[in-house]
Structures are given as structure tokens and as C-alpha cells.
Design a protein around this ligand. Structure first.
Ligand code: HEM
Length: 324
């Protein structure tokens, strides 16, 4: 159901919680456990405990301390690598690969971007409302692999821009325990994945339709106009059992959320996506892609694009049609 209180923003209502009381995990993760369940229970996005506010404040400081020049340089490099994988790969890969690269993970070619993408899709499948044992296990394997990669990056590249600002402003000692720190470090990549791909994909669609590359304000407007996360979910704890509530974000003045759970990645998102679009605008002779059917999720549509190979495949099929 949709929250109906006309006087308060639902995102500021303390009775609307991220999880039902006593149920930190959704049923598939509760049933199957493993690394995916372990990180989920620690993610700020899923918690309203007393440690949420100080941990979130530290994480926000770390994200704000990032230099825009570093963000732009990493986004441009990932944009250049990603175009070798085609257009759908480009809009999917750029947001998450940029965050991963800022964290010191080595994303030097399209295969490395594809490995990250595959891991994030495995996590998405494991987090599905009706995920089975295999999906939760595969998502858990992906989580375990990237937790280790991030630990290695902390050791080998402590001066990577986002690794450095995290260690300076949101070091493990500031968290409940080291596991909470590492789970939320991984969450930075996870949170950028679907919402970032949705926003970047919609930016390409608008650019193609208007002939003008969206500005920073334009990206915000696209997010507001259905081009990113359309709705979020809360549980109304005034009811027993807690009642699920759907809270609109698109069409509001806060497409990146509001209140205690407001997105701390808004600035990083806008700077990195704009840098990637700018990089594209500098490539001569580039034609913006034809849209294909989007991936429709309950809370967002992620645009997909026809790549030159798809178009050639279609052409092949046409050629195979019987001729009159
Ligand atoms: C680099 C990219 C991003 C990072 C690192 C990031 C990080 C985060 C984190 C850590 C949270 C949880 C905060 C909390 O619960 O206290 C969050 C929430 C949120 N993010 Fe982002 N995010 C990114 C991109 C995006 C994008 C592209 C959008 C789309 C407009 C978005 C929309 C949101 C929204 C709406 C919430 C709040 C959800 C809710 O209140 O239910 N984020 N983000």
C-alpha cells in the first residue's frame, strides 16, 4: 500500500522502518544464510539501530572528502574502457566500475568490468524476494570474492581515492566492528549499480531524443522524472505485523531519498555520470545508441540499448525471411 499521511513526508516518519521489527533479514536470506545475508544485515540501508546515525555520518564525510578531479578521472577512464563492451555494457558498467576503481580495485579492461557486473547481478538475484538456495549461495560467493578483493585493495592501494577517504573519515574503529565496515564498503559499489545504470541509461535516452547532453541539473531532473529510483519501501511498525509501505521518490524534490536514509552518494553519482557523458561527447563520429526494451524492476526501469552487433543480427534475420 502507499503511505497516505498528507502532513508528514513518509521518509521522515519514525514509525516507517527499513525492516519489520525482529526481522533483520528477508525470508530467502534468513532461510539460506551465508555471506550475502551477513552483509545485508550490516548495510546502513537496512538498519535503524542507534549505530546507524554515527556510522552514516562517518561514511558521508568520507564520500564528501573525495576530490571531484579524482572522481572525474576515474569515471572517464571507466567510460573509455566500457565502450569496448557495447552500449548496454557502457551504461551498466560505468557507475559501479567507477566506484570500484576509486576504491582501488583494478578495473583495467572490459573483462574486469564484466566480472564485476556478473558479481553484482548474482547479488541482485540472491536478494530477490523469491530467491532460492542456489541464487543466495551464488550471491554469497560473489560477496565473499569482492570482500576479499576490497581487503586486498586496502592493503595494496590504501591511497586509492575512496579507500583513502574511508580510512581517514570512516575507519573500521568508527563502526560497530570491522565486518560492519567491510560490508558497507562493498555496499558503496552495490548501491551505485542498478540506480546508477538507470540514471545513466535515461541520460543517454534523453540526449538521443533532444540532441543535447544532459547537464548536472538535467541529471537531477531525469532522476525526478522516473529516470532513477521511482519508489522505496518501508514497514509501518504501528501495525502488527508491520505493514509494507511504498513511498514515491519520482515526482518529488528528493529523488535521492530524504531523512535518515538519504543517499550519501548523490554528489559522487552526479559528478561521475556527468564526467562519463562528457567523455562520450568528446568522441568524434560517435552515434548515440538505439533503445531496446528496458530491464523493468519493481522500483526502476534500466534502459538497454541495441548494439551494432544486435543490429547486424536483426539484419541477418531479415535476410533469412522468405522473399516473395
Ligand atoms: C556512487 C553511487 C552511489 C552510492 C555510493 C550510493 C550510496 C547509498 C547508500 C550507502 C545508501 C544507504 C543510506 C542509508 O540507508 O543510510 C543509499 C541510499 C539511497 N540511494 Fe544511493 N548511492 C549511489 C547512487 C545512487 C543513485 C544513482 C540513486 C538514484 C537516484 C540513488 C538513490 C538512493 C536512494 C533513493 C536512497 C535511499 C533509499 C531509501 O531511503 O529507502 N543512489 N545510497
Amino acid at each position: 500500500m502507499t503511505s497516505s499521511c498528507p502532513f508528514h513526508s513518509p521518509l521522515l516518519d519514525p514509525d516507517l522502518r527499513m525492516r519489520p521489527p525482529g526481522e533483520p533479514l528477508p525470508p530467502p536470506l534468513r532461510a539460506h544464510g551465508g555471506p550475502l545475508a551477513d552483509v545485508f544485515a550490516r548495510w546502513l540501508r537496512q538498519r535503524d539501530d542507534t549505530a546507524h546515525a554515527p556510522e552514516k555520518a562517518a561514511l558521508t564525510r568520507a564520500l564528501q572528502a573525495l576530490s571531484d578531479d579524482d572522481v572525474r578521472a576515474h569515471a572517464r577512464r571507466q567510460a573509455a574502457i566500457a565502450l569496448q563492451g557495447g552500449w548496454s555494457h557502457w551504461s551498466w558498467a560505468v557507475p559501479a566500475s567507477t566506484v570500484a576503481s576509486l576504491l582501488g580495485l583494478e578495473i583495467r579492461d572490459v573483462d574486469a568490468q564484466r566480472r564485476l557486473h556478473a558479481a553484482l547481478r548474482a547479488m541482485a538475484a540472491g536478494l530477490g524476494a523469491s530467491a532460492g538456495t542456489d541464487a543466495v549461495r551464488a550471491g554469497g560467493d560473489a560477496v565473499a570474492g569482492w570482500l576479499k578483493a576490497l581487503d586486498d585493495a586496502e592493503r595494496l592501494s590504501p591511497d586509492a581515492p575512496l579507500q583513502w577517504t574511508l580510512l581517514r573519515h570512516a575507519a573500521p574503529e568508527r563502526w560497530t566492528d570491522r565486518a560492519a565496515f567491510t560490508a558497507n564498503r562493498l555496499a558503496l559499489i552495490w548501491q551505485s549499480h542498478e540506480a546508477g545504470a538507470a540514471l545513466l541509461g535515461h541520460a543517454l535516452l534523453e540526449w538521443r531524443a533532444t540532441g543535447r547532453m544532459p547537464s548536472r541539473d538535467g541529471l537531477l531532473r531525469i532522476a525526478r522524472d522516473d529516470g532513477a529510483v521511482r519508489v522505496t519501501r518501508r514497514f509501518d511498525v504501528r501495525h502488527v505485523p508491520a505493514e509494507p509501505v511504498s513511498v514515491p521518490l519520482s515526482g518529488t524534490d528528493h529523488p535521492f531519498g530524504d531523512g535518515a536514509h538519504r543517499c550519501p552518494g548523490q554528489g559522487l553519482t552526479l559528478t561521475s555520470l556527468l564526467a562519463a557523458l562528457n567523455w562520450l561527447s568528446e568522441q568524434t563520429g560517435l552515434r548515440l545508441p538505439e533503445p531496446a526494451a528496458p530491464l523493468s524492476l519493481p522500483n526502476m526501469d534500466i534502459p538497454q540499448f541495441l548494439d551494432i552487433l544486435d543490429i547486424l543480427d536483426d539484419q541477418d534475420n531479415l535476410d533469412k525471411e522468405p522473399r516473395s
